[in-house]
Design a protein around this ligand. Structure first.
Ligand SMILES: [Zn+2]
Ligand SMILES: [Zn+2]
Length: 137
């Protein structure tokens, strides 16, 4: 049952620990990106200290399992990274509850014609603002 998490850890050369599995599970089960604080609350039963959670999140980000999204109040949100082959990636920010959702955009074309030579786009991110289904009236 937990084998998919173990698999992800193995593929990224990370040792399997119960904390790592719990953090992965929480993020994969969450429909929106999560802050350190939100994860800490979600995993309150795990007796997990702040530093361990912080280290786990940095290790995951460094390995590319997670990506960080900066919020307007200079906080970080963490979300599972899309498949490298999945194409582009969009973030939807709900202006009411401030949750951030990740959406894959399989056939994203580069809308910006870069005017200067030497600039090469490697990844592209679209930021969308609006209301999520929960906040929609
Ligand atoms: Zn919302
Ligand atoms: Zn994302």
């Amino acid at each position: 049952m937990e084998s998919k998490y173990i698999d992800i850890l193995h593929r990224h050369d990370l040792k399997v620990t119960s904390v790592r599995i719990q953090v992965l599970k929480a993020l994969m089960d969450s429909p929106s990106a999560m802050s350190h604080q939100a994860l800490s609350t979600a995993l309150a039963d795990e007796n997990l200290d702040k530093v361990t959670l912080y280290r786990t999140l940095s290790a995951f980000t460094e390995k590319g399992i997670l990506h960080k999204i900066a919020t307007e109040d200079r906080n970080w949100l963490y979300a599972i990274s899309p498949d490298v082959d999945a194409g582009g990636h969009a973030h939807f920010v709900c202006d009411v509850c401030e949750k951030v959702f990740c959406f894959p955009v399989p056939h994203m074309v580069n809308p910006v014609a870069l005017p200067k030579p030497g600039f090469q786009v490697k990844t592209q991110e679209i930021l969308l603002h609006g209301h999520c289904p929960t906040c929609h009236e």
